[in-house]
Ligand binder design. Sequence first.
Ligand code: PLP
Length: 451
Amino acid sequence: KTGQLQRLDRAHHLHPFTDFKSLGEEGSRIIERAEGAYIIDSEGNRILDGMAGLWCVNLGYGREELVAAATEQMHQLPYYNNFFKTTHPPAVQLAEKLVSLAPEHMNRVFFTGSGSEANDTVLRMVRRYWALKGKPEKQWVIGRENGYHGSTVAGMSLGGMAPMHEQGGPCVPGITHVRQPYWFGEGRPAGQDPNDFGIECAAALEAKIRELGEENVAAFIAEPVQGAGGAIIPPQSYWPAVKAVLDKYDILLVVDEVICGFGRLGEWFGSVHYDLTPDLMPIAKGLSSGYLPIGGVLVGDRVADTLIEEGGEFFHGFTYSGHPACAAVALRNLELMEAEGVVERVRDDLGPYLAQRWGELGDHPLVGEARSLGLVGALELVDPETGERFDKALGAGNLCRDHSFASGLVMRSVGDTMIISPPLVISHEEIDELVDKARAALDATQRQLAV
Ligand code: PLP
C-alpha cells in the first residue's frame, strides 16, 4: 500500500517546497494518523513531531473537542460568507474572542483563509490607510532579509527569501528589505556585544528609511522571532530600537504573528513578549491549531478607525474569509488554550525546561549555538575542526534532518540551522525524548561527514 501511494504521489502530486528530483526511489513518507505530539506513518512508525506540522498544531493532534466543533458547525451552517452586510455566529464570536486576547488597542479583525492571504490583506490595508490619510506618497514597505510572509505574490514580495524572488519575480513594486538581526549568521562578530549588534540592525533600518525618503515609507513588516528564516531570536536591544525608529518617522508597524502568535513564545502574541504596539498583526496557523485553514489580520484602532470612518467600502475579501466551520474550530481552540492555561505553561514551565535541555546540545561538537525562546529552538551546525559553517555543498542540515526523521523526530533544516517548534502540549518526558533524538541525529550526521 505504501509503495502504491508513493507511486501515485510521484505521478500526480506537485508538492509545495519540495525538490522533486531529490525524492529518489523511496518517495515521500506517508503520514496516516497522529495523536498528541506524534505522527504515525503508513508503516506504523511513531514520529515525535518536533515542528507541530508547520509550526501550527499548538494543541497537539487528536483533540476531539475540535473535531466536535467542526462537525457541529458543519451540520448547523457549513458555509456562509461575511460579504454585503451578512455575518454568522462563529465569525462574530471568534472576532470578539481574538480582540479580548489581543493588545488593548486592537479591536477589529479581518478574516482570511491563510497567513499568505493575511499578508496580502496587510499590504492592501497599509496602502489604503495612507491614501485615506492624504499621503499617497507613503508607498514603500520595508521587510527583512529572509523574512517569510507567505507564498502568494504579495507574501513572497514582503518576505525576503532570495530563492523565492528569483523564481517568482518580478515582485510587487514598492517593497524592499533590510538586514535581519541574525547574530550567528553574520559570523558572531568578535568582541561585539549582541546588543550592540541589535542596535546596528535598527540603525540599518533607519538608514534605509532615509535612503527611500522618510516621507515615502508606509510600513515595516517583521516577525517577532523570524521563523522560516532560521528561528532567529533578536538581541534584547533590537525591538526597542526598531520601535523608536518607526515612531520617529511615523511608519506603521506590522508584526507577523503567524508563527509567534497563540503561545509559541509564552505569550498570546510575540508582540506582548517584546512589548510592541503593532498597527496590524497577521495571524493564522496556531489560531486553529492547524485543524482547519483560517487566518486573519488584527487591526489596531488607528488603521481600523480610518478604514471605517473615512474609507467606505473596502474592495477586498475572500470567499472563505471567516468560514463558519474554520471559525468555530478556531474559537474552540482558543477556549481550550485558555481553559488549560497552555500559554502560561509555555512561559513558566515548558519554555524554561526546553531552554535548559535544548541548551545542553550546545556541548555537541557539531553545534555552534543552541538557542530557544518559548517553544521555538534552533541549533547552528558547524564544522568541529574550524568552528565555522560547513561547506554548503555538503548539505549538513539536510543530512541531520534525514537522520532525525529516521530516528523518529521531525526536525526542520534551514540551510545548516536545525529548527524545532513542537506542539505546546508537549510533556517534559517528550522534551527529553526530543533532545535525545536530536543528539542522536547530530551524532549520526557527524559520523557520516567523518568530522
Ligand atoms: N507568515 C509567517 C510568519 C509564516 O511563517 C507563514 C507560513 O509559514 C506565513 C505567513 C504564510 O502562511 P500560510 O502558509 O498559511 O499562507
